[in-house]
Design a protein. Structure first.
Length: 301
């Protein structure tokens, strides 16, 4: 009898790491969370977790990582695989590929956390069967992954849609939470922006609160910018803030107003299909990391 293939995945976030063991197709067998402390603390814990799991379930054939950014994904760059300029203590300069290739003798694949989620949504979620997609997470930060013709868009750096400037609503005097920009999307519409602006945790804001109309105003601008820049077939929204059910109809409505007809007709006719919520929810990044591992394994063998 042949042993079934087993893969490992890491969804590396700013506050926690979601680690998974799974089968081909992104089928999660076991998962565990670790908090994001210093790398010297967090990474050995994850390594022991993988070793324990492999004793239980069998050998692990490859590892996939979806990492917080910015991360160097240009294969031709000398620091390919490294975490770039991050305020997280100890993580700047850490090279994911170098670290794990030394720690575990298996193929390792790396993407951004949002690209991992995009890969999962494309394979088995809201983006199934499509070739041109944008996935946006609206949570602690705002980040996006772009797929064009089935390929992840990657230039000399990965897209940083969260920091694109947006037009302020005329009555909005909030300073914003981005340390780099006054009027960027993340500064005005991330989870921490909601919490600071309205002085209560974003998840506690009632559905009828004016916060959501303003939030939709900014996220609709984001969808307009995405449409004009990338021309996707669908925009998928994930992350904690996007879980607010009342937000989506408001975003669609404001998107139609703001784009004012300057797009393909089918987008307006089927805006409910065009802008949708992630169907894999909190698991998208982990499923994506397993799919990345599987692809790395298939490429090597
Ligand atoms: P992370 O981005 O850290 O991986 P989340 O996507 O859950 O995790 O984002 C956390 C941020 O989103 C926090 O600022 C939190 O206040 C906000 N948030 C989480 N869940 C919700 C919710 N259901 N409604 C509104 N805001 C939420
Ligand atoms: Zn910014």
């Amino acid at each position: 009898m042949t042993t079934p293939l087993l893969f490992a995945g890491i969804e590396a976030g700013g506050t926690k790491f979601n680690c998974v063991i799974g089968k081909p197709g992104g089928d999660i067998v076991h998962q565990q969370q670790f908090s994001t402390a210093q790398p010297s603390e967090t990474l050995p814990l994850i390594q022991s977790y993988f070793l324990q799991q492999s004793q239980k379930y069998g050998p692990i054939s490859a590892l996939g990582i979806g990492s917080f950014g910015p991360v160097q994904l240009d294969k031709h760059a000398p620091d390919y695989g490294a975490i770039l300029d991050t305020p997280k203590p100890g993580w700047q300069g850490l090279n994911w590929l170098a670290y794990w290739s030394k720690a575990l003798p298996i193929p390792v694949a790396l993407q951004t956390d949002v690209n991992a989620a995009l890969i999962a949504e494309h394979s088995q979620g809201t983006g199934m069967g499509l070739r041109h997609l944008v996935y946006v997470t609206v949570g602690t930060g705002i980040g996006a992954g772009v797929m064009v013709n089935g390929e992840i868009l990657q230039g000399a750096s990965h897209p940083e849609l969260g920091h694109v400037a947006v037009k302020r609503r005329s009555d909005d005097t909030f300073a914003g939470v981005c340390p780099f920009h006054q009027d960027c999307l993340e500064g005005l519409a991330s989870g921490p922006a909601l919490t600071q602006r309205w002085m209560m945790p974003a998840q506690q804001l009632p559905a009828m609160h004016p916060a959501w109309d303003l939030q939709a105003y900014y996220l609709a601008q984001m969808c307009v910018n995405i449409t004009l820049c990338y021309g996707p077939e669908r925009i998928i929204l994930g992350g904690g803030v996007a879980a607010q059910g009342q937000l989506l109809p408001l975003i669609r409505q404001k998107f139609v107003q703001q784009i004012n007809g300057y797009c393909r007709k089918d987008i307006i006719q089927a805006v409910d299909t065009y802008i949708q919520r992630s169907s894999l929810g909190g698991n998208a990044g982990q499923i994506g990391s397993l799919l990345l591992a599987e692809a790395a394994f298939l490429q090597r063998s």
